[in-house]
Design a protein around this ligand. Structure first.
Ligand code: FNR
Length: 182
């Protein structure tokens, strides 16, 4: 059983990415694992002056990540990159220098957008950041998803057309965490 922290790159009520992440935790491959959603909406804007006195939501994020075996990022694409709220969270938990919560934690990346390229550029930018944060990141399979009717069922599970693919992706991510967690 793995403990997985889930970071959603959207604060929007009704976020497709949050709904996708919740559906991923309901897939057969996810059963028996322990998923916790990070609360990044309460984080202040990152300010290096605060590194010696990090706010409570920052400490909570760092504790969640530190206590997890792996991290699952589910994010939309904003203007061909990752949303600022996600970068803010990544920056917060990477500090103070030498006390990053991310280092060594295996990661998986997916996301859904209304655009046809399904967050591909956001995911690529995120890979760049995670490499610098020393997070081994599942390279393949990749999962680029476009939001459309039927992706999720009304009960919040993954729709029939995508369930085999996403279950395989989830299994690959959890196997990767198992191999790389320290
Ligand atoms: C977007 N959207 C978007 N979509 C995309 O495929 N590529 C992009 O570069 C962008 N850029 C972008 C910028 C901003 C500021 C917003 C608000 C939106 C559309 C995006 O896919 C859509 O709003 C999703 O619904 C966002 O995900 P959540 O909030 O539903 O999880």
């Amino acid at each position: 059983m793995s403990k997985i922290a889930i970071i959603i790159g959207s604060l929007r009520e009704g976020s497709y990415n949050r709904r996708l992440a919740e559906a991923l935790t309901r897939l057969p491959a996810a059963q028996g694992h322990d998923f916790t959603f990070a609360q990044i909406g309460a984080l202040p804007l990152y300010n290096q002056d605060d590194d010696d006195d990090q706010a409570e939501p920052v400490m909570a994020l760092k504790a969640l990540v530190s206590g997890s075996d792996g991290v699952l990022f589910v994010t939309p694409e904003y203007n061909r990159s990752i949303p600022g709220v996600l970068k803010n969270a990544l920056d917060h938990a990477s500090r103070p220098y030498g006390q990053s919560a991310w280092a060594g934690k295996p990661a998986g990346i997916t996301g859904v957008s209304i655009g046809a390229i399904g967050t591909a550029l956001a995911q690529q930018h995120l890979r760049n950041i995670l490499a610098y944060l020393d997070m081994p990141t599942l390279g393949a399979p990749e999962a680029f998803l476009q939001w459309k009717d039927g992706l999720l069922n009304d009960d919040g599970t993954v729709g029939a057309q995508s369930s085999e693919f996403l279950n395989g992706w989830m299994q690959a991510f959890l196997d990767y965490v198992d191999l790389h967690s320290v």
